[in-house]
Design a protein around this ligand. Structure first.
Ligand code: SF4
Ligand code: SF4
Length: 275
């Protein structure tokens, strides 16, 4: 028996919304008893893309984070159910029984990831099922995964050491979106957005971009060095939030510069003029 899970590689997600649209296409107007009834045409996001703008002009990036039911092993939604209306199948997929869960609006707030949606018309809570009706019919992956053009969504059997998803899980690169919830989530991530510190270095005397200038970042127990590119830009990515860093800029013939930076947010230091 397979144990299903998903890894979402944020570095590959371009925010195209194909996964979201495939989910809509599969579920709007279609019942799949005993696992799900039709998703309403508006208001539900069983596959939701969280868009976060990072940095400030001119150094702005957008991070897209797809979020769906995590099919947790320690699932508060199952604990909150009163009579087996939410259950885990032997393959790990967490299902809200649309018949038994009728009228149980409290289940919506049982999930800290906020991925259970209330269907007002049908009077039921609903969420992603990993397209269990398709898997049972022999499909290898849910519609969202099939629709993703970049390979950002990887789905498969976590118990099969040769599956792509298992290889990613043991790669040492994966993270949980909210590890503090401690729910043994079956959906994990690669490349969740962290913090960056960036800047642009200019030679003051020549009024031109300062290429190849050494920039050093020093933080608690870490030291990184980079060089500015031909636009004078530098960047340190994947930094921890809420930390103190020192950025040192040094180039022969010019005075060294040093900045203390806190990573409460992504930081663009602006134009730094060497004199
Ligand atoms: S993510 Fe939320 S809805 Fe999905 S299994 Fe976990 S607690 Fe339940
Ligand atoms: S289909 Fe793939 S690339 Fe497009 S938004 Fe979804 S996860 Fe991202």
């Amino acid at each position: 028996m397979a144990k299903y899970g998903m890894v979402i590689d944020i570095t590959r997600c371009n925010g195209c919304y194909n996964c979201f649209l495939a989910c809509r296409d599969e579920y709007c107007g279609n019942d799949y008893p005993p696992y799900s009834l039709a998703q309403p045409m508006t208001g539900h996001f069983w596959m939701r893309i969280i868009e976060r703008e990072r940095g400030r002009y001119p150094k702005v990036k957008v991070a897209y984070t797809p979020v769906l039911c995590m099919h947790c092993d320690d699932a508060p939604c199952i604990q909150a159910s009163q009579g087996g209306e939410v259950y885990r199948r032997p393959d790990g997929i967490v299902i809200i029984d649309p018949e038994k869960a009728k009228g149980q609006k409290q289940l919506v707030s049982a999930c800290p990831y906020r991925v259970i949606y209330w269907n007002e018309e049908k009077d039921i809570p609903q969420k992603c099922t990993f397209c269990v009706h398709l898997l049972d019919a022999g499909w290898k992956e849910p519609r969202c995964v099939e629709a993703c053009p970049t390979g950002a969504l990887v789905f498969g059997d976590l118990d099969d050491p040769n599956s792509e998803v298992s290889k990613l899980v043991v790669s040492g690169k994966i993270e949980i979106l909210h590890p503090e919830y401690d729910m043994k989530e079956k959906v994990s991530y690669i490349g969740l957005p962290k913090r960056f510190i960036a800047g642009t270095v200019v030679f003051g005397d020549k009024d031109e971009c300062a290429e190849n200038v050494e920039v050093t970042l020093i933080g608690e127990g870490e030291k990184k060095t980079t060089k500015t590119n031909n636009y004078g830009d530098f960047e340190f990515e994947e930094l921890l939030a809420e930390k103190e860093y020192t950025v040192k800029i040094d180039y022969p013939g010019y005075g060294a510069q040093q900045f203390s930076v806190q990573t409460k947010v992504d930081v663009y230091l602006g134009e730094i003029v060497l004199t």
